[in-house]
Ligand binder design. Structure first.
Ligand code: SAM
Length: 334
């Protein structure tokens, strides 16, 4: 954050990495480009979900109103709300936040679980789970019924995940300190639904008020993430039962980490996988790119959605896949 809060925030084009800006110009229409650049320095409206494992939405609404917060319900997601940017500090300092009755989370980050649509009684896998914001969102929807497994490979982040879930009352979640790329070997075609909210270059979260958000970005890192994402998505597909639903999400804008990963996975599994509409249209959503770096993608990726950074949302990419038949054949067998 800048040392003096009254100091004007810098122009994104002056501080964001030039190679990142070049890639952005290749992806976006002129109108979207200027809106996205503006979003990199606008304050985003904070959003939150009620932790329905701990509290009823109506009780939390009354509590926050009494605390002077002017919340607004999010029309496309029950128990989700936003407050004006000026109320961020009050929201974070509220008793509801300290008591884990609400979970503060960007609206875009709530989309993948909406698209996954887990149900009570199902077997659900969250393959890259820490710090657990989406695991908690899934747990709220499952109301303690069924199996929910959360996997994280980085030890310190795994303990944070465990700590958060315990504090939030998500006691039925089973947590695993494990490399997600190996999970399918232990649970081949076991889960009804799998969420892969993949590690990524986090381009959708860049903000000029937070130089750490973009300081470590490089094209090489984005390529390294893409390789990791392909391996994790392979494991996610192999862990999913035939007929099951898989959601692939990143908070990156990079086509190499989004469309290209999806295209490669569809090539690997052929007709066993199909893309489905995500079932949600928001103002900042756009269809995926059909070409990148001078090459056309092989598959029709049009049901997936890019979510551009905007006044309410960080940048995201979300795809919903259905597995039509077993993929544990030939060389894919564990
Ligand atoms: N879904 C989380 C949430 O909403 O709170 C955020 C997940 S974050 C985008 C990606 C996570 O994947 C990071 O915590 C990272 O440490 C973890 N990760 C990276 N490589 C992994 C692997 N091979 N297996 C499992 N988790 C991995």
């Amino acid at each position: 954050m800048p040392s003096d809060p009254a100091e004007p925030l810098p122009d994104p084009e002056a501080v964001l990495p030039p190679a990142f800006l070049d890639r952005l110009r290749q992806q976006l229409s002129p109108g979207d480009l200027s809106a996205v650049l503006a979003a990199f320095r606008q304050p985003r409206a904070p959003a939150f979900r009620v932790n329905t494992l701990r509290a009823e939405p109506a009780a939390v609404e009354a509590e926050l109103t009494a605390a002077g917060l002017t919340w607004q319900a999010v029309p496309w997601l029950p128990a989700a709300y936003r407050v004006p940017p000026a109320e961020r500090a009050a929201l974070l300092a509220s008793a509801a936040c300290a008591g884990q009755r609400i979970y503060v989370q960007n609206l875009a980050s709530m989309v993948p679980v909406v698209v996954l649509a887990p149900e009570p009684g199902e077997r659900v896998l969250d393959l890259a789970a820490a710090p657990g914001s989406k695991t908690l969102q899934i747990a709220c929807r499952m109301r303690g019924e069924g199996e929910l497994a959360a996997v994280e490979v980085v030890r310190s982040r795994f303990f944070k995940l465990q700590h958060n879930l315990e504090a939030q009352g998500a006691t039925h979640v089973r947590t695993y300190l494990q490399d997600g790329t190996r999970v399918w070997r232990y649970r081949p075609e076991y889960f009804d639904r799998v969420l892969l909210d993949a590690p990524c270059s986090s381009e959708g979260r860049f903000h000029v008020s937070d130089p750490a958000s973009y300081a470590y970005w490089s094209p090489r890192k984005s390529r390294e993430m893409a390789r990791k994402q392909v391996r994790l998505l392979y494991s996610a597909v192999q862990s999913l039962r035939p007929g099951g639903v898989l959601v692939y999400a990143t908070c990156s804008l990079a086509p190499d980490e989004n469309e290209a990963v999806l295209d490669k996975t569809l090539r690997t599994f052929g007709e066993a996988l199909t893309l489905e509409p995500i079932g949600l249209e928001l103002e900042t959503m756009r269809p995926p790119l059909q070409t990148w770096d001078g090459r056309a993608f092989e598959h029709d990726l049009s049901p997936a959605r890019r979510l551009l950074p905007g006044p309410d949302t960080e940048g995201f990419f979300v795809a919903r896949l259905r597995k039509k038949r077993s993929t544990l054949t030939g060389r894919n067998k564990p």
